[in-house]
Design a protein around this ligand. Structure first.
Ligand code: ADP
Ligand code: MG
Length: 160
C-alpha cells in the first residue's frame, strides 16, 4: 500500500522521523508531502524543508519527498493515493486532526486518514518547540539530527 504523510516539517524533527521510519516498514511506498502554504508563516523555505527531509530520510529506499499547495484532497487524487498518515501526540492534537480527517473525507470519500501514535519520548516534541529553544540558545541535539541543528543555527545567525 502507498501512503501520503503530509505536513509542514518546519523543520523535520525526531518525532516526524520516527513516524517516517515506522511507515517505511509498514507500507510499500511513502510520499512525504511538504505543504507549501503561502498564508502560513514559515521559518524554512519550501526548498530548504524539502532538502532537509531528503538529507534525513535518504536511508529509506521507499520514501519520496514531494511538495504540494492547495487542498490535500486534490493532491491525493493527482498522486492516485487515498491513504493519509498523521501523527498523534497528546489529546491536544485530536480535535484538529479529527476536523482535518473529516473535511478531507467530505471532499473525497475515498480518503482514509490513519493515525500513528507518537513514541512516548516524542510526545512533547514539535517543530515549534525546537525553534523556540534554538532561538533562545538552548540545546536541541536530542530533538533533531545534527544537520537540522546546524541549519537552524545558521538561519538564526543570518537573521530571520
Ligand atoms: N513528535 C511527534 N510525534 C508524532 N507525530 C508528530 C510529531 N510531531 C509532529 N507530528 C505529526 O506530523 C504531522 C506533520 O506535523 P507538522 O510538521 O507540524 O505539520 P502540520 O502543519 O500539518 O501540523 C502531523 O500529523 C503531526 O501530528
Ligand atoms: Mg503541527
Amino acid at each position: 500500500m502507498k501512503v501520503i504523510y503530509p505536513g509542514s516539517f518546519d523543520p523535520v524533527t525526531y518525532g516526524h522521523l520516527d513516524i517516517i521510519e515506522r511507515c517505511s516498514k509498514k507500507f510499500d511506498y511513502v510520499i512525504i508531502a511538504v505543504l507549501n502554504n503561502v498564508s502560513k508563516k514559515e521559518f524554512f523555505t519550501i526548498d530548504e524543508r524539502i532538502k532537509l527531509l531528503e538529507e534525513t530520510t535518504k536511508e529509506f529506499r521507499n520514501v519520496e519527498i514531494d511538495s504540494f499547495s492547495g487542498l490535500l484532497a486534490d493532491y491525493a487524487k493527482e498522486k492516485k493515493c487515498s491513504t493519509m498518515i498523521r501523527g498523534l501526540r497528546a489529546v491536544s492534537d485530536y480535535e484538529y486532526e479529527m476536523q482535518m480527517a473529516l473535511v478531507n473525507k467530505k471532499l473525497d470519500p475515498d480518503i482514509e486518514t490513519l493515525f500513528m501514535v507518537s513514541r512516548s519520548e516524542y510526545v512533547y516534541l514539535s517543530s515549534s518547540i525546537v525553534k523556540e529553544i534554538a532561538l533562545n540558545g538552548g540545546s536541541i541535539d536530542c530533538f533533531v539530527p545534527k544537520i537540522i541543528e546546524k541549519s537552524l543555527k545558521n538561519k538564526i545567525r543570518g537573521g530571520l
